[in-house]
Design a protein around this ligand. Structure first.
Ligand code: GAR
Length: 202
């Protein structure tokens, strides 16, 4: 199964997927390309170090704001089609996909989110903002969710959730770090589950 990984940041989730593929535990999945929606991020270096073709596809700022997501999504869909991609993994990808890619790859796009969805998801909830909101609400547990991507933001069916405790004295950074470890395991598990099933939709 041909896997495209989309990234926006440091790429620790991408690294977990690369390590899993190299260890032979990605269910036969092969990461054939990595695309970042921003230049200069460390995830691109991780891809290059692993010999995986890495590309940058940024939102087109010349377009009106309301057209940017759609245009980037369509560009990614064209890339995926040409490259024969079977599964798209959003591994810390902060652009929102919309339009035809959602239907063309229905049940074949997965996203990792750093909270126990449906809590602390939706527009504007990403990265550190999620952990700040969890701490401000006084939650005693948080975690991560791997879910199928549908037309909403963080709304698709859940594949895997992993929980961690919120500890007294936690900062967004300490909580993020605790959750990160669980994210890597959850994302590899979900990817292996889908890749192991072959090309048919889950
Ligand atoms: C991860 O914590 C991931 O859950 C989050 O971005 C981080 C990327 O880390 N994704 C979102 O917030 C998506 N809404 P990484 O670049 O080290 O994998």
């Amino acid at each position: 199964m041909n896997i495209l990984v989309l990234v926006s940041g440091g790429g620790t989730n991408l690294q977990a997927l690369i390590d899993a593929e190299q260890a032979g535990v990605l269910g036969g999945g092969v990461i054939s390309a990595v695309i970042s929606d921003r230049p200069g991020v460390y995830a691109l270096e991780r891809a290059k170090a692993a010999g995986i073709p890495a590309y940058i596809e940024t939102p087109d700022r010349a377009l009106p704001r309301e057209d940017r997501r759609r245009e980037l999504s369509d560009r990614l869909l064209r890339f995926a089609g040409k490259a024969g991609v079977d599964l798209i993994i959003l591994a810390g990808f902060l652009s929102i996909l919309e339009g035809e890619i959602i239907t063309a790859y229905a049940n074949r796009i997965i996203n990792i989110h750093p909270s126990l969805l449906p809590k602390y998801g939706g527009p504007g909830m990403y990265g550190e903002r999620v952990h700040r909101a969890v701490l401000a609400a006084g939650e005693t547990e948080s975690g991560c969710t791997v879910h199928l991507v549908d037309a909403g933001t963080d709304t698709g069916p859940t594949l895997i959730q992993k929980k961690v405790p919120v500890l007294p004295g936690d900062t967004p950074e300490t909580l993020a770090e605790r959750i990160h470890g669980q994210e890597h395991a959850a994302l590899v598990e979900a990817a292996a589950m889908i890749a192991g099933r072959g090309n048919s939709s889950p």
